[in-house]
Write a protein that binds this ligand. Structure first.
Ligand SMILES: NC(=O)C1=CN([C@@H]2O[C@H](COP(=O)(O)OP(=O)(O)OC[C@H]3O[C@@H](n4cnc5c(N)ncnc54)[C@H](O)[C@@H]3O)[C@@H](O)[C@H]2O)C=CC1
Ligand SMILES: O=C(O)C(=O)Cc1ccc(O)cc1
Length: 302
């Protein structure tokens, strides 16, 4: 049986978007939301992000058959402990965290008597907070579900059809593998953006306004990513340390090869490398996965 009452814990970009998407696509499913920040709850009420906004985490999950944690990965444990006393015994617990292994382990520890099926909608923007959410965020985006060993097939299928209902394509993956793949496709790109924007602004010359003035170059694309939420990304690097360090070593090795090519004037090496990466970009665009434009798909954004 599919879920009938979803509790959403954390009403920022992801939580708010889930609330709006359920209303738009699964109107028979009831939603109750909760956020630890009263100002966020107020905005959530004003925007009707959920059918009901509760002022208490225990009240928020009462009667819910699916609870989705939409808080920074470092806050999952505290958020789960706060609503635990209100849970139905049969409630399924899921989340949307950007890293999966440590979240899976901390939720299993915080809620030992419940079924936990973590997930990661690979859909987002650099914005955050209750005003950032929009109902089409998950359209034609991947959602990766990472069920622990022994999770009930029926509950996995229910979660899968929930995300399909919001417009996503679902993939099932092992949590550790997820963390390795996302380290290279999402976490390290964010780290590079944060670093290059920091490096540029630390330089004496560019602090005189030139960063902004000439930002039409490649730098501008990095500034979008580097504007992402600092709490969320701090938590991702604290919680996916091993996979990020592993992939960072690989990346730094490749960067050192590029430095050598530049030092040696090896134009052939650079041309070959840049041609390969251009082909990758063209493949992504052909597959319709170019969502880099900030306003992509936000038809209902207020
Ligand atoms: N921003 C993005 O593009 C994406 C984010 N994610 C993941 O989704 C999760 C949420 O991210 P966003 O919605 O972007 O963040 P956000 O900052 O927009 O919203 C998070 C909300 O959680 C609330 N919160 C923090 N601790 C809490 C607690 N203990 N109990 C209740 N509420 C609490 C905050 O007050 C805030 O309103 C993170 O785990 C992130 O890794 C996943 C995919 C994309
Ligand atoms: O804004 C962007 O380009 C993103 O990469 C959004 C994003 C951020 C974190 C995720 O776990 C998934 C997607």
């Amino acid at each position: 049986m599919s879920f009938q009452h979803v509790a959403i814990i954390g009403l920022g970009l992801l939580g708010g978007s889930i609330g709006l998407a359920v209303e738009a696509h699964l109107p028979d499913v009831k939603t109750t939301g909760y956020d630890a920040d009263p100002a966020v709850r107020e905005r959530a009420r004003a925007r009707n992000l959920c059918g009901t906004i509760a002022d208490d985490p225990v009240e928020a999950v009462r009667d819910a058959d699916l609870v989705i944690l939409c808080v920074p990965v470092g806050a999952m444990d505290a958020a789960a402990k706060a609503f635990a006393p209100g849970l139905l015994p049969e409630a399924v617990i899921s989340d949307v965290g950007s890293s999966k292994l440590s979240v899976s382990q901390s939720l299993a520890k915080a809620l030992p008597d419940h079924t936990i099926i973590p997930a990661h909608p690979v859909a987002g923007t650099e914005e955050s907070g209750p005003d950032a959410g929009f109902s089409s965020l998950f359209h034609q985006r991947w959602c990766i579900i990472t069920p622990p060993d022994g999770a009930a097939e029926g509950q996995i299928a229910n979660l899968k059809s929930f995300w399909q209902g919001l417009g996503s394509t679902v993939e099932i993956m092992d949590a550790k593998h997820h963390d390795l793949v996302l380290a290279v496709t999402s976490h390290i790109p964010h780290l590079i953006a944060y670093t290059i924007v920091g490096t540029a602004s630390d330089l004496e010359e560019v602090t005189r306004g030139e960063v902004i003035k000439y930002s039409a170059g490649g730098f501008r694309d990095f500034t979008r990513i580097a504007a992402s939420d600092p709490v969320m990304w701090r938590d991702v690097f604290l919680n996916n340390r091993d996979a990020v360090l592993d992939m960072l070593d690989r990346f730094l090795g490749d960067l050192a090869l590029m430095r050598e090519a530049i030092r040696a004037g090896d134009g052939e090496m650079m041309f070959d490398q840049f041609s390969k990466t251009r082909a990758i970009r063209r493949r992504i665009v052909e597959q319709g996965q170019d969502d880099a434009r900030p306003d992509f798909g936000r038809h209902d954004h207020e």
